[in-house]
Design a protein around this ligand. Structure first.
Ligand code: B12
Ligand code: SF4
Length: 475
């Protein structure tokens, strides 16, 4: 039985609009994990990542016809759903007998609605997919019914049937390393300067799933609030494997909350140090989640950058989004990271429901006083299944076009009453300029970064430009 997993053909320009030249294009780890699980069970699996290969629907059609799979699985976020739908329709046109399965963030957040919106989806998988997909594949192979497969929606006699919820895998170490070897060369992927470094081949890793916090703008549908982790042993072995098998020099850890459980971070770092694993890395975490001790050992173990979600410099907004990080904690956390010799990049959100013009300006002004090494300003997106979505309907105009659902879209998914898209995008652009074009920032950048780092950032930007051009990611 042949299975094909597809990451749909969404162009970077659709997700990042005018900021797409410096945008990342990262390996789709979700379908790599699914592939390994199926391969280990003896199935034949292929992956097509239409983003990195820059495939259009016609080219994808040729690939599908050539491989002739029995089952096609597509992975989709909300913004990519339009393209996922096109892929599903294409598959059914090629051969209506092929079983189509949709998984990922969008269908997990909008379940029946998604099945209704796209009649070409046979089965929808909710949440973590490894166990569920394997079970579906076995049932199809044996011509068995899907009635007792937990965690799915499917069609029967013209109805959409919803089975009981699935059970996430409690011991994550049972899941083998993702099958990255099914992707095009890892060097085809594009990493941003703070998530990679100079000539070092960079890739991504996930070392934990879920997040116990409840920020009201965040879509936690797939992995939920329970934080599950790979053991330090597993994490270290995967790093070592990446070094040995792919010659990876830099790893961007893409967990929502890598630093949540400090003893594990410490154990991973100690292993890297004691085995002299020559690897540099970056991670994300809450700015109030670090201390001098852990940062010291992280630095020794090769951590170069930390990405922190700051979101707003206004206490009322911090409360509204349930992030609850005071400006004092923000400053303290950032200084703590910088004092350890690690670069820190903060991300902010602009245009949160009920946020006033003054509050947007207050955040941008506050951000420029922080000793950050970089920033990103996302416009607010009312993702489905998030707390702030209802408030967005109350305070502004919410787009029903899922193609608008990204942090740097061409057309905003939410525009506050009394504001225009142009005005909100103007705030975003101004906020970037305010931060980046300060003489003090430019001087600090030149003084605090070694020549190597400056060259390295330049190199990564050049690589991003080159690869974007080569694969035409911006068209
Ligand atoms: C790394 C990352 C990225 C990377 C790479 C994405 C990629 N190629 O996979 C980059 C930086 C490019 C990126 C971009 C964006 N991202 Co992002 N990203 C993540 C992050 C942090 C990790 C993704 C990951 O590898 N997870 C680990 C794997 C194991 O999980 P997974 O991919 O969800 O797959 C599992 C299940 O979903 C399911 N599954 C997935 N696909 C399929 C397919 C089938 C057939 C089946 C059966 C099951 C299945 O099974 C998998 C294994 O358990 C997640 C948050 C998170 N913790 O997951 C956000 C997240 C996916 N991103 C998000 C968003 C919003 C975006 C952007 C819109 C951001 C922006 N720029 O504005 C863009 C959209 C890009 C796109 N093309 O769609 C949201 C999605 C919310 C939504 N409803 O759409 C998330 C959930 C973050 C959040 N909490 O808000 N992202
Ligand atoms: S924004 Fe980050 S900390 Fe907040 S709920 Fe989402 S993953 Fe957790």
């Amino acid at each position: 039985m042949k299975i094909l997993l597809i990451y749909p053909p969404i162009r970077n320009e659709e997700v990042y609009s005018k900021y797409s030249k410096a945008a990342p294009c990262l390996p789709p780890l979700g379908i790599c994990y699914l592939s390994r699980y199926l391969l280990d069970a003896g199935y034949k699996v292929k992956i097509i990542d239409c983003v990195v290969e820059r495939l259009n629907l016609d080219e994808l059609k040729t690939r599908i016809v050539d491989y002739a799979p029995t089952i096609i699985g597509v992975s989709s976020t909300t913004v990519a759903f339009y393209h996922a739908k096109q892929v599903m329709s294409l598959v059914k046109k090629i051969n209506p007998e092929v079983v189509t399965i949709l998984g990922g963030a969008h269908i997990t957040a909008c379940q029946e609605e998604t099945m209704k919106e796209c009649v070409d989806i046979d089965i929808g998988v909710i949440g973590e997919g490894e166990k569920i997909l394997l079970e579906i594949v076995k049932r199809i192979e044996n011509n068995d019914k899907l009635t007792s497969v937990n965690g799915i929606l499917y069609r029967a006699n013209g109805n959409i049937i919803r089975n009981k919820p699935g059970h996430p895998i409690q011991d994550l170490d049972q899941i083998p390393f993702p099958a990255r070897e099914l992707l095009p060369s890892l060097s085809s992927y594009v990493h941003t300067p703070f998530r990679g470094r100079e000539m070092l081949l960079t890739t991504t890793m996930i070392t934990s799933r879920g997040c116990p916090f409840s920020c009201t703008y965040c879509d936690q549908s797939v992995f939920g609030k329970k934080w599950r982790k790979h053991s330090a042993e597993y994490v270290f072995s995967e790093m070592k494997y990446l070094k040995e098998k792919f010659d990876i020099g830099f790893i961007s850890i893409e967990d929502d909350n890598f630093s949540l459980y400090k003893p594990r971070v410490e154990e991973v770092c100690k292993k890297i140090i004691s085995h002299s694993l020559d690897i540099k890395w970056a991670c994300s975490g809450r700015v109030d989640g670090f201390d001098d001790d852990i940062l010291g050992i992280m630095k020794k173990a090769g951590c170069e950058n930390i990405y922190v979600g700051l979101e707003s410099g206004v206490p009322r907004i911090q409360k509204l989004i349930n992030k609850n990080i005071s400006n004092e904690k923000m400053l303290k956390g950032i200084n703590c990271i910088r004092n350890a010799g690690i670069r820190v990049v903060g991300s902010f959100i602009i245009g949160i429901p009920s946020e006033t013009r003054e509050e947007i300006v207050q955040t941008a002004n506050y951000a420029r006083t922080l000793p950050l090494d970089g920033v990103s300003y996302h416009t607010f997106t009312p993702y489905p299944n998030t707390g702030l979505r209802d408030l967005a309907f109350k305070h502004g105009k919410v787009s029903t076009n899922w193609q608008d659902y990204s942090g740097h879209p061409r057309s905003l998914p939410y525009i506050p009453h009394g504001m225009t898209q142009k005005e909100l995008l103007g705030f975003q652009e101004k906020a970037y300029k305010k931060f980046l074009l300060r003489p003090s920032y430019i001087c600090k950048y030149l003084l605090t970064h070694s020549l190597r780092n400056i060259v390295s950032s330049g190199w990564l930007f050049t690589k991003a430009f080159y690869l974007n051009k080569k694969f035409n990611l911006n068209k």
